[in-house]
Design a binder for this molecule. Structure first.
Ligand code: SF4
Length: 694
């Protein structure tokens, strides 16, 4: 904290929006933020920022903020404002009653990638130690859980391999299923800078994203694949590399498991995986696939960046592993300018996963059955822990429908709007006896809640976020918590009321506990974060100042492991009744379900979700720009306005999900990734028709 004058201060903190994790200096007068100035010393952003971090922080003091705890016995009753003690005591009593009546597995917790590492760590600790089960999950389940799975299996660590600056050494960049200029704007600018310097670009995306069409940048290849065919496309890229002598044999021999590699080589070399054989399925001309594969394999340092267009599929985990296969086969791992780089959606997706908020993993990605790790946590926490994984979000919802799951502690997440198949989610919430929401606003899920615990915005608390490049950055308190408590304090109070004592005076003590129990964080402390500004994990005795690039001399798992990724089509099929495929994404000015950006001036830039469709599909249906259209899937129906654009390919439509009124997730389905249950937001068969103004 630098004192600037009598009434002004500047506090260095971290943006609470996307996974770039830009550093800002919040300039404050009294307890009011005057402006957010991008920090020139920020390692992730080097003084740059986008319209969200720079301008859209006013939601923190929006009149919609709830500043008083509230309770109600039934969701049909009005809320009653109560004291913190009464609300927390009420929640604890209801949870204990449920466990007494239905068993200890009848309750669980949901953490958020919006929250700090310290808050997330405490929620999973509360679930495991106070509830006595492993029923904890995170909203990362619905975005990047396949990244965690796929990169752990192939490379040995559930994280991206590079720092952002690495892109400045790339000669070839493959962007697949990501739209960095909208979703990760500051990284998108860094990428564009490198492309302007001459790096070659390959885009694999069903839609003509800005990178394809930018006036100053020309993608060498736009592989405009059909939604749901990622694995087929990646296998065909592998086919070209394997059959045209483009494998980096020396790298593979030295760094990878030989038997698994030979299985992969044999598999992708089969004619059925050739670009020609896959062309009808992917919709991408075979010649383009061949040219792109040659460019990726021979163009120098080649880096892959990907986003939710990779993970949010029924084969999300297979797609991540297929990407890792390509990087290993060409030796594009372990140095600047290369690598496998997941662009994490929210500010703390990486950290939320690191902190053990999946039901099968303790902090640091150790399985709950790990005979070494679990006893360490048991000793530190003073409780016996279960060695069986608990319930994932979809399992909790299913159990609620079945009448065996009755209570949920939800911190910073809004499943009623953000999870797929809204009706299924809300029916599950209605079936529960105690839903506790900890949030800034009365979100959609709060309609089904019994206890509301007011949350604190990023401006009102201390902690850390971990961005997409594994960079742990400080979040520093700029103004007092409007409701009187920081989120970590609320979790501590709830745990104590449940009978499991927690005692921390400051989030730095929580980080000290994390460091003591997590080998990849053992060198992290608030003092070091103050000194260095930020730290990329692993940070330990071997790397006391952190690790910008992983897998340099060997993979974390030892030898890299190729995985045969057979293409299996999604069960979601178009039909005569629903002939179009809907896919979803984000736009620059808005953020996810819009709880924050809709409460700022950014709302004016994108006041509604719009359905994009190709002119051919529009003409077939008599739809013109601005017309209202009804969109029907097997899950439900919604209405929004249409935009006719050649960005889309015929047969594919696209929308965002920033506004609850348009309800994009009313129509997404319950299909999910085979390994992680990450929902298949990117492929929904729909019927689109013109409707009257609603
Ligand atoms: Fe915030 Fe992401 Fe924008 Fe940076 S790029 S200012 S982290 S939203």
């Amino acid at each position: 904290v630098i004192e600037l004058g009598q009434a002004e201060r500047s506090v260095t903190t971290t943006c609470a929006y996307c996974g770039v994790g830009c550093s800002f200096n919040a300039e404050v007068k009294g307890n009011t933020v005057v402006r957010m100035v991008p920090n020139k010393n920020g390692h992730a952003n080097h003084g740059h920022a986008c319209v969200k971090g720079r301008f859209a922080w006013g939601y923190a003091t929006h009149p919609d903020r709830i500043k008083t705890p509230m309770i109600r016995d039934s969701i049909h009753e009005p809320w009653r404002s109560v004291s913190w003690d009464e609300a927390i005591g009420y929640a604890a009593r209801r949870f204990k009653e449920i466990q007494a009546q239905y068993g200890r597995n009848a309750v669980g917790g949901l953490t958020s990638s919006r929250c700090t590492n310290e808050e997330t760590y405490l929620v999973q600790k509360l679930v495991r130690a106070a509830f006595g089960n492993n029923n904890v999950d995170t909203c990362a389940r619905v975005c990047h859980s396949p990244t965690g799975y796929g990169l752990k299996v192939t490379l040995g660590e559930s994280a991206g391999t590079q720092d952002f600056d690495s892109v400045l050494s790339a000669d070839v960049v493959l962007v697949i299923g990501a739209n960095p200029t909208d979703g990760h704007p500051v990284f998108g600018s860094q990428l564009k800078r490198r492309l302007r310097e001459g790096a070659k670009l390959i885009v694999a995306d069903p839609r003509g994203i800005d990178l394809v069409r930018s006036p100053h940048i020309r993608a060498e290849h736009h592989l405009q694949l059909r939604p749901g065919s990622n694995v087929a496309l990646l296998n065909s890229l592998g086919h070209v590399i394997a059959t045209e002598g483009l494998i980096n044999e020396a790298f593979v021999a030295e760094r990878c498991e030989a038997e698994a590699f030979e299985q992969w080589r044999t598999f992708v070399s089969e004619q059925r995986n050739s670009p020609e054989a896959m062309e009808a399925l992917t919709g991408v001309p075979a010649a383009s696939v061949r040219a792109a594969a040659r460019l990726y394999a021979t163009g120098g340092n080649a880096a892959i960046y990907y986003g939710l267009g990779v993970t949010e599929h029924s084969q999300g985990s297979s797609t991540v592993m297929a990407i890792a296969n390509l990087a290993m086969a060409t030796g594009n791992i372990g140095r600047p300018g290369v690598g496998v780089n997941p662009l994490r959606g929210q500010n703390n997706v990486q950290g939320s996963c690191d902190m053990g908020s999946f039901p099968h993993e303790l902090p640091g990605y150790r399985h709950v059955s790990d005979p070494v790790a679990r006893p360490q946590f048991e000793a530190a926490w003073g409780v016996k822990l279960l060695d069986e994984p608990g319930l994932r979000i979809p399992n909790m919802l299913a159990a609620a429908h079945a009448g065996t799951f009755k209570g949920m502690y939800i911190q910073g997440e809004d499943p009623a709007q953000s999870d797929p198949d809204t009706r299924h989610v809300t029916d599950a919430l209605k079936a529960m006896e105690c839903v506790v929401i900890q949030d800034l606003f009365l979100n959609e899920t709060a309609k089904y809640a019994h206890v509301f615990l007011p949350g604190a915005s990023f401006l009102e608390k201390n902690g850390t976020f971990t961005n997409a490049e594994r960079r742990i950055s400080p979040v520093r308190k700029v103004m007092p918590a409007l409701a009187g408590k920081e989120d970590w304090e609320v979790t501590v109070a709830l745990s104590n009321a449940l009978g499991y004592p927690m005692n921390y005076k400051h989030p730095s003590e929580i980080m000290d506990e994390i460091a003591a129990l997590t080998p990849t964080f053992s060198g992290v402390s608030y003092a070091k974060l103050d000194r260095l500004g930020s730290i990329q994990w692993p940070c330990n005795d071997e790397a006391p100042e952190g690790t910008p690039i992983m897998h340099e001399d060997a993979f974390v798992r030892g030898k890299g492991r190729f995985v045969v990724t057979e293409f299996i089509p999604t069960e979601e099929r178009t039909s005569r009744k629903r002939p179009l495929v809907l896919t979803t994404g984000r736009i620059l000015s808005q953020y996810n379900v819009g709880a924050q950006t809709r409460r700022t001036a950014n709302k004016a830039w994108h006041a509604e979700d719009i359905l994009e469709l190709h002119p051919v599909d529009a003409e077939d249906r008599g739809i013109k720009d601005g017309d209202w259209v009804g969109i029907n899937s097997r899950a439900g129906e919604t209405v929004m306005r249409a935009k006719v654009t050649e960005r889309m390919q015929p047969g594919v439509v696209y929308t965002t999900f920033h506004h609850p009124e348009s309800g994009a997730n009313v129509i997404t389905t319950d299909n999910s990734d085979w390994a992680t249950n990450c929902p298949e937001y990117k492929v929904t068969a729909v019927q689109v028709r013109k409707v009257e103004v609603p």
